[in-house]
Design a protein around this ligand. Sequence first.
Ligand SMILES: C[S@@+](CC[C@H](N)C(=O)[O-])C[C@H]1O[C@@H](n2cnc3c(N)ncnc32)[C@H](O)[C@@H]1O
Length: 490
Amino acid sequence: MVTIAPEYSQKRSGAYFTPADVAGSLVSWACRKSGDRMLDPSCGDGEFLRHHPNSVGIEQNPLSAHEAIARVPGALVHEGDFFAWAADTSERFEAAAGNPPFIRYQTFKGDMRRRALALCQQLGASFSGLASSWAPFLVATAGLLQRGGRMAFVVPAEIGHAPYAAPLLEYLVASFSTVKVVAVREKLFPGLSEDCWLLFADGYGSRTDAIEFTALDRFVGAFEPPPADIRIDVGEWRRVWNCRLRPYLLPASVRGLYAEVALNGESRRLGDFAQVGIGYVSGHNEFFHLRPSEAKRWKIPAALLQPSLRNGRAMPPGPLTSDTVAAWKQRDDKVLLLRLRRGDDLPLAVKQYLDSSAGHEARQGYKCRNRTPWYAVPDVQVPEYFMSYMSGRAANLVNNKAAVTCTNSVHGVHVRDAGLASKFLPSWSSPFVRLSCEIEGHALGGGMLKLEPREASRILFPGDPIAGRTSHEEVSDGVIRLQRWRHYAN
Ligand SMILES: C[S@@+](CC[C@H](N)C(=O)[O-])C[C@H]1O[C@@H](n2cnc3c(N)ncnc32)[C@H](O)[C@@H]1O
């Protein structure tokens, strides 16, 4: 049996190979003449090279590199890290095509990330340490094109919303005469939860002030990318849409309404009157949350137990009241957070609980080992509202009327301006605010909508009634459209 070194595991190295019709279409667009020299910076087993053997492929996994060599003898395949090779080579290419590895920042680290970010910096693109590997791959690849060269790549749909997609797209519009993004709703890789879009850039060495954008329900193999639905003005993309392409999945009328509301002086973003943050990280949920029956058995004083909203599923549809907490206790749910502070005089019962075998196990965890004392859970807060972090149909916002705290599985919303909060929050369930959640949040996979705190802070509330300018149906249709793009089945 062949054993694969951990760094080459499919997940850690982002090794998901591209279907033949997708690879064939991208290569036939990028390579205009048989004499064009093509680069695939992460060639895997050679699927892209196979369509145009006058190519150079780089692949870090020796097994895949050897498969590519055997499969496409006419191509030149280098085994190793693309960024190390790119920093050294003096070769320049007419074309590039491929499917870069999607390695998240937690795994994309060490020398490879240092080399990647340094190379991108030299080329004029600055990525933070939170960038996934694919974005630096594309910048470093573009830097190896000849003047007038072009490239065609599979990209994760994150290009439509991730903060690190902005420096990539800024680099592309400053380096190519045409930049086209094709959003594809149906999965290009049926086995993967990740959605993929396509990127086409032509005329390296020039610049453009527009991104051509097309939204397709499904990919159809072709020699040319589909015509653009819209030419996105880069200034508008920066100013109105926070450097995101996702809003362009909506019809122009709905986008126009949203932009108008965003620019209206009477409208407010959630972050204008409230602060959105995640709840506490206990370090060992099983140990730090007790059932009422456990608390009773251990004789833990009630003053040291704080009811806590553990996750979105426990969120009631309406306000969270003392009745909600009574129901949790009635069911003997694990909802009582052991809330101890540094310097507290610990009662004997608590000392015994901390000294139990479960307590000894809990203190070995990373979070507990790295705080003093290990049992004091930090950042326990009582927000005025809770908001779901991940949701199916719609993000939920509930009033915290029972002075409950929450874990980091939900957001706490702390009101800073009570007047604005009472003016705007009642419209939370309106079609417009739901549309805003869809626009400012992002698809997580599996049909879920995720709202990071920075995204939730941008949720937009109209100051004036919007009726008359666009119908509620149009706005509701916009919500359904974005739900379909995140694969939520209505
Ligand atoms: C998404 S797969 C694409 C493979 C091929 N282009 C295809 O689409 O069929 C990404 C490939 O990148 C390789 N890879 C990951 N990091 C790399 C690096 N730093 N340099 C070169 N190849 C790398 C992985 O081993 C994997 O084969």
